[in-house]
Design a binder for this molecule. Structure first.
Ligand SMILES: CC(C)(COP(=O)(O)OP(=O)(O)OC[C@H]1O[C@@H](n2cnc3c(N)ncnc32)[C@H](O)[C@@H]1OP(=O)(O)O)[C@@H](O)C(=O)NCCC(=O)NCCS
Length: 159
């Protein structure tokens, strides 16, 4: 199976915030942002594995600032780490005010997807080769988060 780099599966998706996307305050509904994040993440994981994928985990989602109606939204997804059949994708959401050009990072999230074969069973994914300093940092951070989560879940089960 041919190894791949994060660049091979990078995704950049653009949306415009419409009235149907908003909550009672006129800013984007959090569930809408999660849906964009899940779609961008799934496209990235599917491009890496060349399979259908399912979301098994969403981690460390942080809504840093609201997104106003009429804003342009850019959702960037890139592969941070892979296991045997699982893939961790980092997603960053930026909003741009088209009237001022001001760009803000509004949300960050880490999602885990599993590659499925034609029978719906987990299947092996290509190895990920991080090349740039940023890609290597993201790979290492993903490993650290995975380790902490496993330790925490073991500790909680023991309690
Ligand atoms: C994905 C699914 C088929 C995996 O089945 P499973 O019996 O858990 O398979 P495994 O135990 O062999 O795990 C497969 C991989 O997923 C990882 N995984 C499973 N659950 C996970 C979780 N909650 N968080 C992170 N990784 C997880 C395992 O660590 C393993 O990774 P690896 O192969 O890289 O080591 C099953 O969990 C499933 O169908 N989940 C529902 C998915 C779904 O409906 N998502 C919402 C809509 S897309």
């Amino acid at each position: 199976m041919k190894e791949k780099t994060p660049r091979d599966s990078e995704i950049m998706m653009r949306e415009m915030v419409m009235p149907g996307d908003t909550n009672a305050h006129g800013t984007v509904f959090g569930g809408k942002v999660l849906s964009w994040i899940d779609i961008a993440g799934a496209m990235c994981a599917s491009l890496h594995s060349n399979t259908q994928v399912v979301t098994v985990h969403m981690d460390d989602i942080e809504f840093k600032s609201p997104i106003n109606i009429g804003s342009h939204v850019i959702i960037k997804a890139s592969l941070n780490y892979v296991g045997k059949t699982s893939m961790i994708v980092g997603v960053k959401v930026e909003s741009t005010n088209p009237l001022t050009g001001i760009i803000r990072t509004t949300t960050k999230a880490y999602l885990t997807f599993v590659a499925l074969d034609e029978f719906g069973k987990p299947t092996k994914v290509p190895r990920l080769i991080p090349e740039t300093e940023t890609e290597k940092r993201r790979y290492k951070n993903a490993q650290e988060r995975l380790k902490s989560r496993r330790e925490l879940s073991k500790k909680i089960q023991e309690d």
